[in-house]
Write a protein that binds this ligand. Structure first.
Ligand SMILES: [Mg+2]
Length: 184
């Protein structure tokens, strides 16, 4: 008997909201059509929602952690209001080459590394064999693979990707709205 939970890991920019590059203000945060419907569906199917987001804009000095946290609290409140609460948000502020000294590092959390997913897996006792990652970049897919997350879906609602990148994913969907068909 297992008591483990299953999770849908969500990238943020390009999956939850339109990727206008380094989004850090509420007024620039534009939800992608159908995101709440999809997330309500995942929760109804027994998944918890965990956001894993590279935020090198912090490391680069474009915005700070306080600004990121304010936006995150607002985003989480929208998900609560829409009856699909996010269980946790993990972010990576680092960059290996272009960052302020305190953020300049080759970390294990920046995707394609699995550090953020692993944190969620450990904290919430996640069964990776029943879990899903939804991202808009091949680095999201690679992070899922590295963490052992079973299903990795690439969506076309964010960054452009190559056919070679698409081949690494289990599915390619127009946006999060269409992924519900592949999450059982
Ligand atoms: Mg993204």
């Amino acid at each position: 008997m297992t008591t483990k939970q299953k999770a849908v890991f969500l990238d943020r920019d390009g999956v939850i909201n339109h990727d206008h590059a380094y989004v850090h203000k509420i007024e620039d945060f534009e939800f992608i059509d159908g995101v709440f419907d999809a997330c309500r569906d995942f929760i109804a199917k027994g998944y918890i929602l965990i956001v894993v987001t590279n935020q090198s804009g912090i490391g680069r000095g474009y915005y700070d952690e306080a600004q990121f946290n304010r936006l995150t609290e607002w985003m989480k409140a929208q998900f609560i209001e829409q009856q699909c609460p996010i269980t946790e948000v993990y972010f990576c502020p680092h960059h290996p080459k272009k960052a302020l000294p305190e953020y300049l590092q080759d970390c294990d959390c920046r995707k394609p590394n699995p550090g953020m997913l692993q944190q969620g897996i450990d904290a919430f006792d996640i069964d990776v064999s029943q879990s899903v990652m939804i991202g808009d970049k091949v680095s999201d897919i690679q992070a899922a693979r590295a963490a052992g997350v079973k299903t990795a879906i690439l969506v076309n609602s964010g960054q452009a990707f190559s056919e070679q990148d698409a081949a690494e994913a289990d599915q390619v969907c127009v946006s999060i709205k269409e992924t519900v068909a592949f999450v059982s």
